[in-house]
Structures are given as structure tokens and as C-alpha cells.
Design a protein around this ligand. Structure first.
Ligand code: NDP
Length: 478
């Protein structure tokens, strides 16, 4: 149990100005839809309606792609890298200036704790724009030959787990390389992308360089299949990624996919256990486990399994679940009723398949979408909770005896996005890192992100890299 209670410390929502309805951001202006309908977006922590946004139709998408093309053929492609970088620096600085507003808006729209949106998401958004602003006038030296050319118009479709951060991962490198973009945020989290539209206006970005079309999956499909698009970048489920790859086949479009994961977080018997516990908590309970690279499978060496689990359970009783806007909240709301159903369904299957379910005592708010931090022990590799991406605050615990067994179990997944290793031996870290089939391997830490570091997957976790110098390649004609 917590040693003491914290007084409520809610951040005020009054800093954000959510309009009752929004249009689409096309050609530098907010415009009404031509053939799009409107739908409501809700606060997942309260189920209150926040605003009405457009589900852009084919004609709306067509108009956005035309605006991006006009901007590409017009002012944007004539700008020097130095001038493009000035715009990117400007966007970065405005994100910093408006960081409190953006963090509050993100927490209201997504359900994530303000501590995370304020200390992780929004600072990383600014860092991405700063980082790629630095590349815009140095592309000749990026290792892709002299004077590398942009691709043209990029269609970018992003998910709901890190709405503004995924926008930054997509837009910053695209613009740095001289492309223009049409971005579709996820159906349940459109508001920070619309706030970013306002930031583009504030930065005097030439009209049409960034266009934002809200909507659901159908809008995403129309956008990525649009013949006027040169490049598609998608982050989301493996299933939709597959559909997109199929529809791109045989076209001239370039494609990058960042899909699901089922990462192993491997703890050896010589690991500092208290630090490992913090890393496990950060690995699976950060952002309610709505993280593609979440450490959702804990692989612990048998000799320390009981000790580690006892410490982990003790630590989990101190996590505070509740109001995302409270600065002391560790676990916020599940993003949607649909996602909550999926987490409930897979957890139920975990029980029926014979794994042992445990959650700390935890009162769930009456309204909104909530799920307690949950640990499954006695999990075997054939269990669905060990194989499928749950995308929620649910940890599956497996054990191993030897490093070879750890590698075999860690790699026994169709995914390959990330992995973690906890040991005090540097040589073992390197031995493991060479054998783990994962795009990112963290050692004695987990879920650390940096714009200078490439991120992406193996196998069904997708292809292409985002971030770092590698992230430029996806937006250059190389
Ligand atoms: P999706 O893959 O459906 O959503 C990702 C984005 O793609 C959203 O903007 C979505 O729009 C859009 N989209 C949906 N269908 C299409 C399509 N046919 N063509 C183009 N774009 C499309 O993920 P969900 O939100 O449905 O989540 C389902 C599961 O996927 C989760 O439970 C989780 O396991 C996994 N997931 C993984 C993520 C990751 O980063 N690896 C991120 C999000 C989800 P819309 O929001 O309107 O559906």
C-alpha cells in the first residue's frame, strides 16, 4: 500500500481553448469539408464530448493532396535547405512556447497522465523539430550522395497512442528533406494535430506544406491510396500495415511501416533488481501500455523470479491511477471503449488459458475507460497473452534458466521492434544485443527515446527507420 496519500494536484484545463467544431487544415486554412461528415471526439477519462471534427471524404482528401502538390511545386521546392530549417526551428520554438497548452490538450484528448505528456511527449516533439531543423541545410553530408532530392507529397497516417509525438516523427523529417505532407491523425485523438495546424499558421509556414485531414480508417485508406501521393508513412497495427503494403504494391510510392510489437524485457540474476523493477514498470505501464515498443513480456531468470515478482508487486501497489490531469497520476485512462474491450478480452483469455492474474488493489473511476495494472504469471509461450499485442497495462511473465533460452524465448515472436536486457555484465549485454532480433535493444533501461536515434522494426514490426540520420532516407529519393 502507498506509504502516504498525495493531495490532488490537478492541472487546470482552462489553458486550452477547445472549439465546439473544427474543419480541415488545407492550403494553410481551416476549411469546411466538401464531402466529409462530422463526428464527435470524447475525453476518454470522462466520456464527455470535447468537440466535433470532420471525417474527411474523398473530395476533401483530393483537395488536401492538391494543396500539398501545389506547395511542393511552388514555393517550398524553391526554398534552400537553410530557409526550410528556419521554418522547422520556428515550429520547434512555438511548440516549446505552447508546451503547457499542448500537454494539457494531449492528456484531455488521449487520457495519458499529464506527467508524461508534459515531461516526455511534448519535449520530444520540440526535440524532433530542432533535430531535423539541423539537418535541413546539411543533406549533402547525410551520406545519401550530393544534393539528394525530396520525394514530393507524403501521406502520413498516425495512431492514437502518441498523437503529437507521432506527428512530429512524421512531419519533421519530411519537411527537412523538402517534401510536403498530408497527415491523418487517429480518429480518437485529432485535437493536438489541429492545434499543430494553428502552430503552422503562427510560424507562417507557406500554405499547403502541411495539411491535416481528420477522419477514421476510411479517410486513411483514401489518403494512402491517392494517386497523387509519392510516399506513404504509416504507424499503427500490423493488420492495417499489411493492407497498406498490399495496396502500395506495384505503385511508384515509397512506403515505411512502423507496426506492432511484443517486446521481451529480459532480467538476469545479476541485475540490480530495484532498478529492473523501475524499468519493468516504465516498460509496460508507461502510457497505459499503449506503446508499440512496450516491454509486455517479462523474461526473468528463474533463480530471481520470486524475489523480483515480490518487489514488482510491492511497487505496483504504489502506482496511482486516475485523473490524467493530476500531476501525481501514474496511470491514466485507456484511450477508447474499443481498446478497453480488446484489453479485457485478451486478459480474460489469459485466465482461461491458465495463467494467474494479479492486480494491486485499485479503485477505478466510474466514468471513462479504465483498466488496472495487471500482471500474469505462469505464462507459457503458447498463450495468446504471450504472443499478441495487448496494447494495455498488462504484463506477461515468463521465466528462463540460461542466456540461450532467454534469446530463444525473446525471439519467439512474429514481431521485432524492441527488447530490454538487465544485467551488470557489459559482455552479456553485447552478447544479447547481437542475438536479439529487435530494432532497438535497451540495456539497463527501457522506453528511452531520442530524436538522434533510429527507431524501427524487424519482421512483422515493419520496415524503414524513423529518427536520426537514418530517418532522412525515408523522405529522400535515394
Ligand atoms: P489502426 O492500425 O487501425 O490505426 C492506425 C491509424 O491508421 C489510424 O489513424 C487509423 O484511423 C488508420 N487506419 C485504419 N484503417 C486504415 C486503412 N485501411 N488505411 C489507412 N489507414 C487506416 O490501429 P487501431 O487504432 O485500430 O488499434 C488497433 C490495434 O493496433 C491496437 O489494439 C494495437 O494493438 C495496435 N496499434 C499499434 C500501434 C503501434 O504503434 N504499433 C498504434 C496503434 C494501434 P482510425 O484511428 O480512424 O482507425
Amino acid at each position: 500500500m502507498p506509504t502516504f496519500d498525495y493531495a490532488p494536484a490537478p492541472e487546470s484545463p482552462s489553458i486550452v481553448d477547445i472549439q465546439p467544431s473544427y474543419g480541415l487544415f488545407i492550403g494553410g486554412e481551416m476549411v469546411d469539408p466538401i464531402d466529409g461528415a462530422r463526428f464527435k471526439t470524447v475525453n476518454p477519462a470522462t466520456e464527455e464530448v470535447l468537440s466535433e471534427v470532420v471525417a474527411a471524404g474523398p473530395e476533401d482528401v483530393d483537395r488536401a493532396v492538391a494543396a500539398a502538390r501545389a506547395a511542393y511545386d511552388g514555393a517550398w521546392s524553391r526554398l534552400s535547405g537553410r530557409d526550410r530549417s528556419k521554418y522547422l526551428y520556428r515550429l520547434a520554438r512555438i511548440v516549446q512556447e505552447r508546451s503547457r497548452e499542448l500537454a494539457v490538450l494531449e492528456s484531455i484528448d488521449n487520457g495519458k497522465p499529464i506527467r508524461e505528456s508534459r515531461d516526455v511527449d511534448v519535449p520530444l516533439v520540440a526535440a524532433h523539430f530542432f533535430y531535423y531543423a539541423g539537418w535541413a541545410d546539411k543533406l549533402d553530408y547525410a551520406g545519401f550522395g550530393p544534393d539528394p532530392r525530396p520525394l514530393g507529397v507524403a501521406a502520413q497516417v498516425i495512431p492514437w497512442n502518441f498523437p503529437l509525438l507521432m506527428l512530429a516523427w512524421k512531419i519533421a523529417p519530411a519537411l527537412a528533406c523538402g517534401n510536403t505532407v498530408v497527415l491523418k491523425p487517429a480518429e480518437t485523438t485529432p485535437l493536438t494535430a489541429l492545434a499543430f495546424a494553428d502552430i503552422c499558421r503562427q510560424a507562417d509556414l507557406p500554405p499547403g506544406v502541411v495539411n491535416i485531414v481528420t477522419g477514421a480508417g476510411e479517410t486513411g485508406r483514401t489518403l494512402v491510396e491517392h494517386p497523387g501521393v509519392d510516399k506513404v508513412a504509416f504507424t499503427g497495427s500490423t493488420e492495417v500495415g499489411r493492407q497498406i503494403a498490399r495496396s502500395m504494391a506495384g505503385t511508384r510510392k515509397k512506403l515505411t511501416l512502423e507496426l506492432g510489437g511484443k517486446a521481451a524485457n529480459v532480467v538476469f540474476d545479476d541485475a540490480p533488481l530495484d532498478q529492473a523493477v523501475e524499468g519493468i514498470v516504465n516498460g509496460i505501464f508507461f502510457n497505459q501500455g499503449h506503446v508499440c515498443c512496450a516491454g509486455s513480456r517479462l523474461l526473468v531468470q528463474e533463480s530471481v523470479a520470486d524475489e523480483l515478482l515480490a518487489r514488482l508487486k510491492r511497487r505496483l501497489t504504489t502506482l496511482r491511477l486516475g485523473d490524467p490531469l493530476d500531476k501525481n497520476t501514474d496511470i491514466g485512462a485507456i484511450n477508447s471503449a474499443e481498446q478497453l474491450d480488446k484489453i479485457r478480452m485478451l486478459s480474460k483469455i489469459g485466465e482461461t488459458e491458465g495463467a494467474e492474474r494479479w492486480s494491486p488493489p485499485c479503485e477505478l473511476p466510474e466514468r471513462g475507460f479504465w483498466f488496472p495494472p495487471t500482471v500474469f504469471t505462469g505464462v507459457s509461450q503458447s498463450h495468446r497473452i504471450a504472443r499478441e499485442e495487448i496494447f494495455g497495462p498488462v504484463l506477461s511473465v515468463l521465466t528462463f534458466r540460461t542466456p540461450t533460452e532467454a534469446i530463444e524465448k525473446a525471439n519467439n515472436t512474429p514481431y521485432g521492434l524492441s527488447a530490454g536486457v538487465w544485467t551488470e555484465k557489459g559482455s552479456r549485454i553485447l552478447w544479447m544485443a547481437q542475438r536479439l532480433r529487435a530494432g532497438v535493444v535497451w540495456a539497463n533501461t527501457f522506453n528511452r527515446f531520442d530524436p538522434t536515434s533510429p527507431f524501427g522494426g524487424y519482421k512483422e514490426s515493419g520496415y524503414g527507420r524513423e529518427g536520426g540520420r537514418h530517418g532522412l532516407e525515408a523522405y529522400l529519393d535515394v
